[in-house]
Unconditional design. Structure first.
Length: 440
């Protein structure tokens, strides 16, 4: 099967045209060369196109099948179809001029009848990726293995009751990690879609958590063995496909990593839609990961306020994004992480160029919000107010308490001796919200 001669209508890479650009396909805010806080916008945002939603998903939902009818999904030779898909993928990377992409093993290459065949397929497609990456200068933000779609994983991969399934998953991860390493991947991701349960009636939770701890430890060991420099990232999600997932949210993942001694090598890949499914905001999850020292990377997308499932829409909400970037910039920005578009166009968006519009629109929304966040941070409006709110803790008594220099009795006696009642102060929420609106 050959790649379609021309899949997208658009033929020239999208360029920066400024806010008044007449073309609908121009970057209005994403000027990749613009320097902010000493770095180019491209280096701050580190956008990545994801392979699975953009090139593997066919537009199906639980009630209906394929709507996109991509030519590379209609053939008889799976490897030829994978090669055709790679042509279109790298054409989109070129048109968007993105610095990174991401993929699962099975997105890139078809599964064979055996693990050996699958690994061979993956390596053959990785050869093609390697050549195209050298020519186009696009890099790999992260690779991962799909340990959730095949029926062998219906009861989990690492947390499966059958150790043979655990071993199969190890085989898949070894190949995916080694390919990620070969392609210069910056991180390696583990998302545990089936690492959870449907019912506790058939689940030994203690045992399954220990299995998961063992599995992640094995991945970390192998990472060191092959000299993979990037972190392993686990991706929190509370549910879907399972009723309960062990990587529920940032707090739960942190507890898990602490328990199994993994915080040094493993960080988190945080996704907006997963955050809201867990009952948190995206900003909350990022702020907590930064506070706990496990912030890694982001899957940038957007859930629907009215739907309780993972809709994976393209992020377009400027106000939410501005607060997210304010949080990230405050914490020093990304190191190995970036913004992976774990987002899919709606199933009615059947024109090939809808893929371009989606990415350009979201890249611009992120850039605009990022610029607003950087101005907000420079002005210190939020950070100064926060500093002021906690100023008492920077005083001598506050520091002495935190340094362990006061006992419970010391504190009690001090209050008993004095007659001053602590004076409540306003939290000034509406004032702060109005301040944010001046920037966004
Ligand atoms: C699923 C999800 C995955 C991971 C990678 O909800 O987010 O696409 O990002 O396996
Ligand atoms: Co994701």
């Amino acid at each position: 099967m050959n790649a379609p001669a021309r899949f997208f209508e658009t033929t020239a890479p999208i360029s920066f045209g400024g806010p008044q650009a007449p073309s609908p396909l121009a970057f209005r805010w994403y000027d990749k060369h613009r320097i902010v806080h000493g770095k180019r916008l491209e280096e701050h945002l580190r956008f990545a196109v994801c392979y699975w939603h953009s090139f593997c998903w066919v537009g199906s939902d639980p009630f209906g099948g394929e709507t996109f009818l991509r030519p590379w999904h209609h053939g008889t030779d799976p490897m030829a179809m994978a090669r055709a898909k790679a042509e279109v993928a790298f054409e989109l990377f070129r048109l968007l001029d993105v610095p990174f992409f991401t993929f699962h093993d099975v997105d890139a290459a078809p599964e064979g009848k055996t693990l050996a065949e699958s690994v061979q397929n993956l390596n053959a497609i990785a050869d093609i990726f390697e050549a195209k990456m050298a020519a186009q200068k696009v890099r790999l933000l992260w690779g991962t293995a799909n340990l959730f779609s095949h029926r062998r994983y219906m009861a989990g991969a690492a947390t499966n009751p059958d150790p043979q399934v655990f071993a199969y998953a190890a085989g898949q991860v070894r190949a995916a990690l080694e390919v990620t390493h070969r392609l210069g991947g910056q991180n390696y991701v583990l998302w545990g879609g089936r690492e959870g349960y449907e019912t506790l009636l058939n689940t030994d939770m203690k045992r399954e958590l220990d299995q998961l701890g063992r599995f992640v430890s094995l991945v970390v060991e192998h990472k060191h063995k092959i000299g993979f420099p990037g972190p392993i990232l686990i991706e929190p999600k509370p549910k879907e496909p399972t009723k309960h997932q062990y990587d529920f949210d940032v707090a739960t993942c942190y507890g898990f990593l602490e328990r199994y001694g993994l915080t040094k090598d493993v960080k988190l890949n945080i996704e907006q839609n997963h955050a809201i499914l867990a009952g948190h905001s995206f900003q909350h999850e990022i702020a907590l990961a930064q506070a706990l020292g496990v912030f890694g990377s982001l899957d940038i997308n957007r859930g629907d306020d009215l739907l309780g499932w993972d809709t994976d829409q393209f992020a377009m909400n400027g106000q939410e994004l501005a607060l997210v970037f304010h949080e990230i910039l405050k914490g020093g920005g990304f190191t190995t992480g970036g913004l992976n578009f774990d987002a899919k166009i709606r199933r009615q968006s059947i024109d090939p160029d809808d893929l371009i519009h989606a990415h350009v629109g979201s890249m611009d929304a992120c850039a605009r919000a990022f610029l607003a966040a950087s101005v907000m941070l420079d002005s210190g409006v939020l950070t100064d107010a926060l500093k002021e709110r906690y100023a008492g803790w920077d005083g001598s008594e506050g520091r002495a308490i935190l340094a362990g220099e006061r006992s419970l009795a010391d504190l009690a006696d001090r209050v008993l001796r004095s007659s001053t009642e602590p004076q409540p102060r306003s939290g000034r929420q509406e004032f702060l919200e109005s301040l944010v609106n001046r920037y966004v």
